[in-house]
Design a protein around this ligand. Structure first.
Ligand code: S3P
Length: 166
């Protein structure tokens, strides 16, 4: 089976589903945001706040390129904006990854964003987050496997669904 990249809007569940997928599949996985944090000693949010989004996107693409070099990593959770960058989509295609979009409704993402203690500089308020959500859907929709997510879907069930119908 192909390697899998999990994409979707902030707080759609990428990290938890990727982790669960790797558990069920018994393989290695990487969370791109965590990889960047370890490599640079700063979180994506901090890099965006201190250096700007454009600089962060360059760092993110280099990180994705390096993560993809490791063939043992079968599952990668992307950041919310990773899939909107054409170079990143090309990298995933070149490495023969199956792209899986966790398509969660905006209200669910926004509820989780508000409740989370994580700082999300690109979603500082509801209007900004909604505009970003809408503008990104076209890019997310280019994923090979869209999965509709609602608040009752457990990570276990979503991972099973991804593995059942590759
Ligand atoms: C971003 C989402 C974040 C992180 C960075 C940028 C985005 O990841 O990569 O802050 O552009 O949507 P999550 O989707 O895990 O919040």
């Amino acid at each position: 089976m192909k390697r899998i990249v999990i994409l979707g809007f902030m707080a759609c569940g990428k990290t938890t589903v990727a982790k669960e997928l790797a558990r069920q599949w018994d393989c290695d996985h990487v969370d791109l945001d965590s990889f960047i944090t370890e490599r640079h000693g700063r979180s994506p949010a901090e890099i965006i706040q201190q250096d700007g989004e454009e600089n962060f996107r360059e760092i993110e693409t280099l990180a994705l390129r390096d993560v993809l070099q490791n063939k043992d990593v079968r599952v990668i959770a992307l950041g919310g904006g990773t899939w909107t960058i054409p170079a990143n989509r090309t990298l995933a295609a070149l490495h023969d990854c199956l792209s899986v979009w966790l398509d969660a409704p905006f209200e669910l993402c926004w509820k989780r964003i508000k409740e989370a203690r994580t700082v999300r500089p690109l979603a500082p308020d509801r209007d900004t987050a909604l505009a970003r959500y809408e503008s990104r859907r076209g890019d997310y929709a280019t994923a090979e496997k869209p999965i509709a997510v609602d608040e009752f879907d457990s990570p276990e069930a979503l991972a099973r669904q991804i593995l059942r119908e590759p």
